[in-house]
Every structure is written in C-alpha cells, then in structure tokens.
Design a protein around this ligand. Structure first.
Ligand code: NAP
Length: 228
C-alpha cells in the first residue's frame, strides 16, 4: 500500500519506519522538502535530527504535504494538533477526498506552559474539526492515547492494553483496524467507540495521560479497560 505520513516529527518517523518494515511504500509529508532534509537540529526530546534519521532511512521518500497526499492511498496525520488543519489545507482537498486519514494528533496548547491544555475541548475535537473541514475525507481517530513506541509495538508492554478507534465511515474504520492489527494490535483490544464525535473522549484522555507520565516517570504505559 502507498501510505503518506503527514508529519516529520518523532511520531511520523516511528510510524513511517514501522510501515516500511511491513513492506508498505511510505512517503513522509512536510512543508518544505529542502528545509526538512537540511534540518540538523535534534528535537526537544533529544531525538536525532531529520537529516541524520533520513540517512538511515533513505528508502522513505520525503515530499511536500500536497505531493505526499496526492500519491497516497491512505494517510496518517502526525502533525502537531494546533497546526493539523493548516497541514491538511496544504495537502489540498482534492488530494484528500475519498481517502482514509488515520488521525493520531492531539490538540495540545502549550502557550501557557506545562501541562498543556486542550483546544478544542468538551464540545468539539480536532478529529471533528478535520472531518468538518474535509467532508469527503474519511477520518479515523486512533492511537492518540499512547506513546509513539507503543503505537507500533503494543507487545512492548506486558499484559493486555487497549487502543480506541472512532470515525463516521465503517469501511474506513475496518481499514484502520487492519493497519492496527498489522502493527501488532490484537482485534479484541481495539475498542470502537462509534462516530467521530468520540474523538472528544480520546483527546480528553490527554490531561490524565500527561499526569500519569509525570507520576510514573515513564511514557511506557497505556490504558487497559476491564469489564465483567
Ligand atoms: P510535532 O512536532 O508535533 O509536529 C511536527 C510536524 O508538524 C512537522 O511535520 C511540521 O512540519 C508540522 N508543522 C509544524 N508547524 C506547522 C505549520 N505551521 N503548518 C503546517 N505544519 C506544521 O510532531 P510529533 O512530536 O511527532 O507529534 C505529532 C503528533 O502526534 C502531535 O499531534 C502529538 O500530539 C501526537 N501524539 C504524539 C505522541 C508521542 O508519543 N509524542 C503520542 C500520541 C500522539 P515540517 O515537517 O515542515 O517541519
């Protein structure tokens, strides 16, 4: 499958590497190919610069958001939540229409420092904003409630833990499920919450996720839903 990953940060790179390992053709989308290829700065978490990373992953193509979206059969939104709409606008409506977008971004607002707040929140979500702005795009919100390493390697954590999924299009959710399963998610641990308005719930898990990260002093944990 031809997959476009919109976003060249740590998460986009982790997803891209995994999908490449799974033999998909992977294109990373960015604002400026030249600037990103020449980026020698480590990110805020100390991850290697894009330039260094790409030298080790040169079979992953880098294109503009629009060129990546144009070629893709399926897309991932791995851009910052506050800029996702701008990134998708740059990708271009005609390149998105009819395709599945796996949206794992969180609309975290760091403008007032740590911990960040959510914007939108309660009565709206980023998943819904994307769906409203691009009505022909099939948005599936998933994977946003855990650390990137676990998204692509759930077996890293001992025991069962869950991933949530929501979206308006059943066929798109089935596609997203297949992708999740190929990355190691057991079918019974994927919880379908319903339509895209449920993105409010999963995005609103971020405030507790961030506090757990602080309390547990590790990002390698996840939510496990237990029922009788
Ligand atoms: P990030 O730094 O949040 O975003 C990087 C991407 O955003 C880059 O591709 C960048 O474009 C693009 N971007 C920045 N400003 C832009 C603008 N004004 N217009 C359009 N695009 C712009 O990357 P990240 O840390 O990998 O996180 C990606 C997403 O995953 C976030 O929404 C985050 O909340 C979510 N998430 C992260 C984790 C985690 O483990 N860190 C877990 C769950 C969810 P360029 O390529 O041009 O620089």
């Amino acid at each position: 499958m031809k997959v476009a990953i919109l976003g060249t940060g740590m998460v986009g790179r982790v997803i891209a590497t995994k999908l490449r390992m799974l033999n998909h053709q992977v294109i990373l989308g960015t604002r400026s190919v030249e600037n990103t290829l020449n980026n020698e700065k480590k990110d805020a978490y100390g991850n290697v610069s894009f330039k260094e990373w790409h030298l080790q992953n040169s079979d992953i193509e880098l294109k503009t958001f629009a060129d990546a979206a144009y070629e893709a059969e399926i897309l991932f939104n791995c851009t910052g939540g506050g800029v996702s709409l701008a990134a998708l606008e740059a990708a271009g409506k005609s390149n998105l229409d009819g395709k599945v977008l796996i949206d794992l971004a969180n609309p975290l607002d760091f403008s007032n420092g740590m911990p960040p707040t959510l914007n939108p929140v309660n009565t709206d979500s980023l998943g819904e904003q994307i769906q409203r702005k691009f009505p022909m795009l099939k948005v599936v919100k998933t994977l946003n409630t855990m650390n990137a390493g676990l998204m692509v390697d759930p077996g890293k954590l001992k025991g069962d833990h869950n991933v949530f999924i929501c979206g308006n299009d059943e066929a798109a959710k089935a596609t997203a499920r297949e992708v999740l399963q190929s990355m190691g998610w057991k079918p019974n641990l994927i919880i379908d919450l319903g339509d895209i308005t449920n993105a409010r719930g999963t995005e609103m898990l971020l405030p507790i996720w961030l506090r757990l990260w602080n309390a547990l002093e590790t990002a390698e944990f996840n939510f496990h839903i237990q029922k009788n």
